[in-house]
Design a protein around this ligand. Structure first.
Ligand code: PMP
Length: 432
């Protein structure tokens, strides 16, 4: 076992010299050194910013350190890094042609596969990112209904579109957020109240299949809330939009609410569907075909064929019940292992989320300082995970890989235990 370090150790962590050099160069030519959610500045200091490769369940940083990857590129890599079958399909498509004067036949094949896989879908349109298709979903809903108001849940993320940005986001005018009304996730009454007020002008209700907001334990959708959303949209002639960008291919590939018997009118997918290759899709019901063909849905690279070839292979593999069962089994193994380990060290943790999207928080760790300490100790022991955002698992995470990760997480719990015991860290009871 790696010796438990002295108190305060992780605050002195530094990136590797190779990572540090790249950061210094980037700081001169990239705003902030790195923009967006993949900036390592939000993570404990020892986290690498730059990576040189990935294979199966592992990523390698620019210093050559290999980690068990529990973030899967923040979702996209569902079959494992550098997956052979996907790469063969991509390489073949690149050789045939990727960015042409129009789509290649692979687009039709992919649309057919999606319509065959996702129960509510009768058509598919393509883009690059989750943000693209969630913004498109809102446009299709507004075009179809001729109405303005979009209801979303407080704390849910639907991408970088101005319409769904948080108040105060630099560069976004309040007018660009106009007509977006926030309700509380899983609170059927708050949804009903919003629909009551805005009913005649309600274009869409946009929801994630589960609550997976950052800095929170993940929460399954309450069936009462989900059914109410469907009923209210039906009663008011509004469009129910499901944001499957994060859950897609890590929950039910037929649609995440299939077990609840609720189907949306539109759903947005991205991340995992191309196993890391850039592709997104908006899926919809027949009644919305006209609106979907009317909106301005286009981008220079939206029809590139290689990511579509990647998606064909990825979806065919990932939708198989035995593949999903395998991922769920290793996910369950990780979750129960984490709970047992924390319990063994007398640490109160909550392990939440579906098996393929786990997350861990420490009770009363209001500022996530304990989580950051623990995550840094995991990183030091070769496991890459995140202290405030849910993690992701995939097909490459075998039981052996998960057990290797659990060896590191156990030692990290020991580190946290010691830091708490010597008073270097505190778990502060949340107010109220
Ligand atoms: N919706 C959800 C639920 C997401 O998790 C994300 C990305 N984290 C998005 C939309 C936006 O996707 P992208 O970053 O690919 O634009």
């Amino acid at each position: 076992m790696t010796p438990v370090p002295d108190a305060g150790w992780y605050r002195d962590l530094r990136p590797s010299p190779a990572d540090e050099r790249l950061r210094e160069r980037a700081a001169l030519v990239v705003p902030g050194g790195m923009h967006g959610h993949k900036s390592a500045s939000r993570l404990p200091r020892g986290y690498p910013q730059f990576f040189s490769g990935g294979e199966g369940p592992h990523v390698v940083d620019v210093a050559g350190r290999r980690y068990v990857d529990l973030m899967c590129s923040w979702g996209p890599v569902v079959l494992g890094h550098a997956h052979r079958e996907v790469d063969v399909a991509v390489t073949a498509q690149l050789a045939a042609g990727d960015c042409l004067d129009g789509p290649s036949p692979v687009m039709v094949e992919l649309a057919e596969l999606l319509v065959d896989t996702v129960t509510h879908a009768q058509w598919a349109m393509f883009a690059k990112n989750g943000s693209d298709v969630m913004t498109l979903a809102v446009q299709v809903a507004r075009a179809a209904t001729g109405r303005r108001v979009v209801v979303v849940a407080e704390g849910s993320y639907h991408g970088n579109g101005a319409w769904c940005s948080a108040p105060g986001t630099p560069g976004v005018l309040p007018e660009e957020r106009a007509h977006v009304v926030r309700i509380a996730y899983n609170d059927a009454e708050s949804l009903s109240a919003a629909v009551e007020v805005h009913g005649d002008d309600l274009a869409a209700v946009v929801l994630t299949p589960i609550r997976h907001d950052v800095r929170r334990n993940l929460e399954p959708a309450d069936p009462v809330f989900v059914r109410r959303a469907r009923e209210l949209c039906d009663a008011r002639g509004a469009v129910l939009v499901l944001d499957e960008v994060r859950t897609g291919l890590r929950a039910d590939p037929r649609g995440s609410w299939e077990a609840l018997g609720v189907r949306p009118d539109l759903s947005g997918w991205s991340k995992a569907i191309g196993n890391g290759h850039p592709i997104a899709t908006l899926l919809g019901v027949e009644a919305l075909t006209g609106a979907a063909s009317a909106v301005h849905a286009t981008g220079s690279f939206w029809l590139s064929s290689a990511p579509m070839a990647a998606a064909l292979v990825t979806i065919r593999i990932a939708r198989e019940p035995d593949v999903r069962a395998a991922v769920d089994a290793v996910g369950a193994r990780l979750q129960s292992g984490l709970r047992e380990q924390a319990h063994g060290y007398g640490l109160d943790v909550v392990v939440s989320g579906p098996p393929a999207m786990p997350f861990l928080t420490f009770d009363r760790d209001t500022d996530f300082e304990v989580a950051r300490h623990w995550a840094a100790a995991c990183l030091q022991r070769g496991v890459y995970l995140h202290p405030t955002h849910n993690w992701f698992l995939g097909l490459a995470h075998t039981a052996e890989v998960v057990d290797a990760a659990l060896t590191a997480t156990e030692q990290a719990f020991a580190v946290v235990r010691r830091a708490l015991d010597v008073g270097d860290l505190q778990l502060i009871a949340a107010a109220g």
